[in-house]
Structures are given as C-alpha cells and as structure tokens.
Design a protein around this ligand. Structure first.
Ligand code: IMP
Length: 439
C-alpha cells in the first residue's frame, strides 16, 4: 500500500502539476480530491504545454487511472471540454481512464454567475476569486442543497435537486441583477453532457481503497495551497475547500492510516493571486521583475500574480498543518540574475519577534507585522541544464540548503525549469511509503 499526497505549501500555483506529472510515472492511480476548475495545473512535455483544470495530471500517462473524487466540485461542461481536447491532442483512452465520483458536487452556470456578481458587488471586500463558481457550489453542498454528479443518472432527481438549489439562489440573483435560469434551462445545459459523464460515475472511494489494498500506488494531487485553506489559510481570503493533506484524505474517502507520505510543493519565492495579506510581497518594480522572470500570470484567469520573497515561517506552518515528510522546491531557475536574495525568517509583531507565522495578527491587521529578512547571495548562471544538486552554482546550492535546514523538511525534488527533464529528483516519495510500512 503506497499513498502519496502532494500539497501546495503556499497560496497555490506552486507547480504541483509538473511534480505530480513526474511522480505519476510510478503511480497507478492519480486522484484529485478537492477544489474544482479554479485550479490550472500546467504540464510541459517536450515542447507541448497542457493546462489541466479538472483532470488529474496523470491523464498524460497512458496507463494511469484518473479519479475525480467526492471532495471535488466539478463543472460538467469544463470536464467534457477538457476530455475532448485531450483526446484531440492524441491522449489515449481518456474516457476509459477517468472515474468521476457519483458524490462529487456539480458547479453549474448560475453558481459562476453568482460568484462573479458577488465579487463585483463586494468592491473593496472582494476576495479576488477565480469566478468559477467554487464558493457558491460548496455553499450549496454544506447547506445540503447541492447537485451530485450521481444525479445525472436520473432526470427526475436531477430536476428536483436543481429546483432545491435554485430556491436558495433566486433571491440573491435577483438582488444582484443577475439572470435567473429556469430549471428547464439548467437541464438543457446538462443534457448534452450526461451521455459522456454518466459512464464515468462510480464509488471512487471504493475504487481507490481497493486499489491500495491490492498493492497499487496512488497519488493524491492537491489543488490550491495551504494558505488558501478554509480552516488553515488567511481567512477570509481563502478558497471554500480544504487544500491541506487531511482535506485530500477526506475528499478521496481515504482513512488517515492509508496515507504513507505527504509531500509539500513550494516555489523558491512566493506568489499570490487574488486579494488578501501577503507579508513578503515585493512592490514594483522589483515585484514586476520577478513576475516577468517567472511568467507569473494565472493559468486559469490570466491575472498577474503578486510576487514576493520566500516566507520561511509560512513554509514551516505548511509543514506543520500538513505533516510534511518532504518537499519539492520549484522555479529555482527564476531567481537567476536577481542579485542578492532575501528570505523571511521571522516576524516582528506587537507581541515581539516570532519565527512562527503570526496568522492571527496577519488576519487582524497585516500592517502591524513586519517580516524579518536574511540576505543570501544570488547567482547569475542559468540552471535549466543542471541535473545534479552538486552541479548547482554555490550560491544556488546554499539557498536551497538554507530552506531545507531552517525548515527541517527534507528536500525530495528540485525543479529548475518547466519541462519534465528540467528536474533533479532526490528522493522517491513512494519509497518513503514503503519504508514507513516496514518500520
Ligand atoms: P475561489 O477558489 O475561486 O473561490 O477563489 C478564492 C481564492 O483562492 C482567490 O484568492 C483565488 O485567487 C484563489 N485560488 C483559487 N484557486 C487557485 C489556484 O488554483 N491557484 C491559486 N490561487 C487560487
């Protein structure tokens, strides 16, 4: 039994798609367990770039089973479009390899409409959501008025669930000047998608647990990041789901005893898209320089990402709430040529200096806390052709070791470019899984 969870250790966009793609070489099943089409996982194979919003990154490997588990909120139109696009690109047996939990919730057009209208109406209070309807669909879920993927099997039930959901949204749509769809209109949106999606439906928790029991290797692909977590992030500037490792287990229907390794992914610097506190954010023009160097524009929304220095207390916090066994550091190559680098090692708060992330103080009034930086020498050599840690320029090597030693989280992988081959693999999380089993 080997089950590895890959989670974002920052505010999302850490490069999880690439890392999952690399480790899927060893996985039989790749599972997405939380979030929805707010994610945009970028993979570059050869010279071809693919951005996946719903399908797990394993879809590009022709023998990997891909699961959309019940913790997800799935936009059926996006899913069908994504599967069709991949099939057109020559991806093999897409439909035969995708399993969709009958208990995953659907995101429909009116969820997106509400998300967008509310963001506009909130003005200065806007969260800066992706406007993909994630929050409203999850609100339906916890209010127990959601629409399940399994409802696609039965038109009468589907109609009833849509009516139950719309009952709550009509007043809000009217108040916000939105368009209130009739149940028939929503059903008409879904009708052409049902034939494609119903054959994918199953009990994915059973599928994954049985696969583990029979010795298969399972990879859970996290979406978003720890600091966007509804419970553990910079609330209220968070997503509506639980991107941490425990959330992935819940979303996949796996007990905590089944998880064998948790791997955190972090960029060598920090980014955030959307509103909310970001204590190590760089003002322009430095921030813009890093944005350009790292091509930091949202893969789903195209929005420019805010950029900043690596936040060690934030990373240690992610290590704690996820129980990280190891981490992958991505986009180290982007720091080439930036001169002296800074790493936030502590915070000055009204209560004194702390090496922990002062999450409450940040939520309360971010202007009252100050990051404390250590400076590290930069380097000017390109890194994309480096394949061994020992071949890194001395300053780059020291930078990586600094993060590893100060956080006390072992480095499993270093990414020095977007392509699969631009990677230094140090440890195999599935081997860690085997070790844990035998100890
Ligand atoms: P929502 O998930 O669309 O509701 O957006 C809530 C917050 O999470 C916003 O700040 C988004 O920018 C952010 N967010 C959601 N998904 C991602 C992601 O995949 N990467 C980075 N930020 C995300």
């Amino acid at each position: 039994m080997s089950c590895v969870i890959v989670v974002g250790a920052q505010w999302g966009d850490e490069g999880k798609g690439k890392i999952v793609d690399i480790y899927t070489e060893h996985a039989d099943i790749v599972v997405r367990a939380a979030g929805g089409a707010n994610a945009g996982h970028t993979l570059v194979v050869g010279d071809e770039k693919t951005i996946l919003r719903l399908l797990p990154s394993g879809i590009l490997r022709e023998n990997t089973r891909c699961v959309l588990a019940q913790g997800m909120v799935v936009d059926p139109a996006v899913l069908v479009a994504e599967m069709s696009q991949l099939a057109r690109q020559g991806c093999q047996r897409v439909d035969a390899r995708v399993a969709l939990s009958a208990r995953a919730h659907l995101v429909l057009g009116y969820h997106q409409q509400i998300d967008a209208l509310r963001e506009t109406a909130a003005q200065a209070r806007a969260i800066g959501t992706t406007k993909k309807g994630i929050g409203p669909a999850l609100e339906d879920k916890v209010r127990r008025t959601g629409i399940l993927a399994g409802d696609l099997r039965d038109l009468a039930r589907l109609r009833d669930r849509i009516e139950g959901s719309l009952f709550h949204w009509r007043p809000q749509l009217a108040a916000l000047g939105g368009t209130i769809p009739s149940v028939d209109e929503v059903l008409a949106e879904l009708e052409p998608l049902r034939a494609r999606l119903v054959p994918l439906l199953c009990d994915t928790s059973r599928l994954v647990n049985e696969a583990l029991a029979s010795g298969k290797k399972v990879l859970l692909e996290g979406a978003q990041g720890t600091l966007l977590d509804i419970d553990h992030g910079t609330y209220p500037f968070v997503t509506s789901s639980s991107p941490v490792a425990a959330g992935a287990a819940v979303g996949a229907g796996l007990g905590p005893t089944r998880i064998s390794c948790v791997l955190g992914i972090s960029k060598a610097y920090a980014t955030r898209v959307g509103s909310g506190p970001f204590p190590t954010e760089l003002p322009d023009p430095e921030g813009a320089r890093l944005r350009e160097a790292g091509a930091e524009f949202g893969s789903v929304t195209g929005r420019p990402r805010r950029t900043g220095w690596f936040d060690l207390p934030g990373f240690k916090y992610a290590a704690r709430v996820n129980g990280l066994d190891g981490f992958a550091l991505t986009k180290l190559d982007v720091l080439t040529g930036l001169g002296t680098l800074k790493v936030c090692v502590a915070y000055d708060t009204p209560e004194g200096r702390t090496e922990e992330l002062p999450l409450d103080a940040i939520a309360d009034d971010p202007s009252k806390i100050r990051p404390v930086y250590e400076e590290l020498p930069g380097w000017s050599e390109p890194l994309r052709d480096v394949r061994k840690l020992s071949d890194l320029p001395r300053a780059a090597h020291s930078y990586v070791r600094f993060i590893e030693e100060r956080s006390r989280v072992p480095l499993y992988l270093l990414s020095v470019g977007a392509r699969r081959i631009e990677t230094i693999v140090l440890q195999d999380p599935f081997a860690r899984a085997a070790e844990r089993r035998s100890s």
